[in-house]
Design a protein around this ligand. Structure first.
Ligand code: NAD
Length: 253
C-alpha cells in the first residue's frame, strides 16, 4: 500500500516550487490533493503538470474570505482533510532602515496571519489523527542580513508548531514545521536577483550562499517534498512539535 493512500491533502502555494513538488509526491503516494495559489493561470498549469487526483483552488491566504471559499470547496468535494501543508509564503529583502509599513504588512499578512487562518479555518474539516505541516525557514534561526521581517515571520511559524501541538493534542492532530535552507525555486532566484544588478552578481551571490552549506549545493524542491511526505504519513506517528531542517546542514553548524 502507498504511504498516503486515500488521504485528502491541502497544500497552500502548491502551484510552484516546494508546494508543487510536494503535491506531485503526495499524489504519487496515493493522496488526493487540493492546491492553492494566487494566479489562476499558474494554478491551471500546475494542475495539468500533476495530472490526476488534484483540484486547484485560486485563493490568497491573506484573504480570509478566500480561505472560506477554499475549505467550502474541499468540504463539498471530499468532506474532510487529513493533511494540511501550510506552505504559501513570501520573502523579500529590506535592510532595517529600508523597511516600510507595506513590506511589514505584506510579509506578516501572508506568512503569519495567512498561515494562522489557513490552519484555524481547516480545523472543522480535520478528523482526529491528522497531520499539519508548516513551512518555516532556517532564516528564523540565523541572522541573515536584510531579512529582518521575513526571518521574524518564520520564527512566529516555528512558535506556532509548538503551541498548536498542545492546542490540538486532544484531537490527536500532529503539528510540525519544516525549515528549508537554500532551495532552488523561483522564490529563492527572485530574492537573490532582487539584491543585485546583474546576472553575474547573482551567480556570485549564489556561490557565496552555497559556500555556507556543508553539503555544498542548494537543495531541490523534491528534497523538501520527501520530508513533507514523511511528516504527513504514519511513518512520523510519534513526531510532534518539531522543526525539521532540510538545509544541507547550513543552520546546524
Ligand atoms: P515559490 O515562490 O515557488 O512558492 C511560493 C508559493 O506560495 C507559490 O505557489 C505562491 O503562489 C504562493 N503564495 C505566495 N503568496 C501567497 C498568497 N498570499 N496566497 C496564496 N499563495 C501564495 O517559492 P518556494 O521556495 O517554493 O516557497 C515555499 C515556501 O518555502 C515559502 O513559505 C518560503 O518562505 C519557504 N522557504 C523557501 C526557501 C527557499 O530557499 N526556496 C527557504 C526557506 C523557506
Amino acid at each position: 500500500m502507498k504511504k498516503l493512500e486515500g488521504k485528502i491533502a491541502v497544500i497552500t502555494g502548491g502551484n510552484s516550487g516546494i508546494g508543487l513538488a510536494t503535491a506531485q509526491r503526495f499524489v504519487a503516494e496515493g493522496a488526493y490533493v487540493f492546491i492553492t495559489g494566487r494566479r489562476q493561470s499558474e494554478l491551471d498549469a500546475a494542475v495539468r503538470q500533476i495530472g490526476k487526483n488534484v483540484t486547484g483552488v485560486q485563493s490568497d491566504v491573506s484573504n480570509l474570505a478566500d480561505l472560506d471559499r477554499l475549505y467550502a470547496e474541499v468540504k463539498e468535494q471530499k468532506g474532510r482533510i487529513d493533511i494540511l501543508f501550510a506552505n504559501a509564503g513570501v520573502g523579500e529583502f529590506a535592510t532595517l532602515v529600508a523597511i516600510t509599513e507595506d513590506h511589514f504588512d505584506k510579509t506578516f499578512g501572508i506568512n503569519v496571519k495567512g498561515l494562522l487562518f489557513t490552519v484555524q479555518k481547516a480545523l472543522p474539516l480535520f478528523q482526529d489523527g491528522g497531520s499539519i505541516i508548516l513551512t518555516a525557514s532556517t532564516a528564523a534561526s540565523k541572522g541573515v542580513e536584510g531579512f529582518t521581517v521575513y526571518s521574524a515571520s518564520k520564527a512566529a511559524i516555528r512558535s506556532f508548531a509548538r503551541t498548536w501541538t498542545v492546542d490540538l493534542k486532544q484531537r490527536k492532530i500532529r503539528v510540525n514545521a519544516i525549515s528549508p535552507g537554500p532551495i532552488d525555486t523561483q522564490a529563492s532566484r527572485l530574492s537573490l536577483s532582487g539584491l543585485v544588478q546583474s546576472e553575474q552578481q547573482s551567480e556570485q551571490l549564489k556561490k557565496n550562499l552555497v559556500s555556507t552549506v556543508p553539503l555544498g549545493r542548494m537543495g531541490s524542491p523534491d528534497e523538501v517534498a520527501k520530508v513533507a511526505s514523511f511528516l504527513a504519513s504514519d511513518d512520523s506517528s510519534y513526531v510532534a512539535g518539531i522543526e525539521l531542517f532540510v538545509d544541507g546542514g547550513a543552520a546546524q553548524i
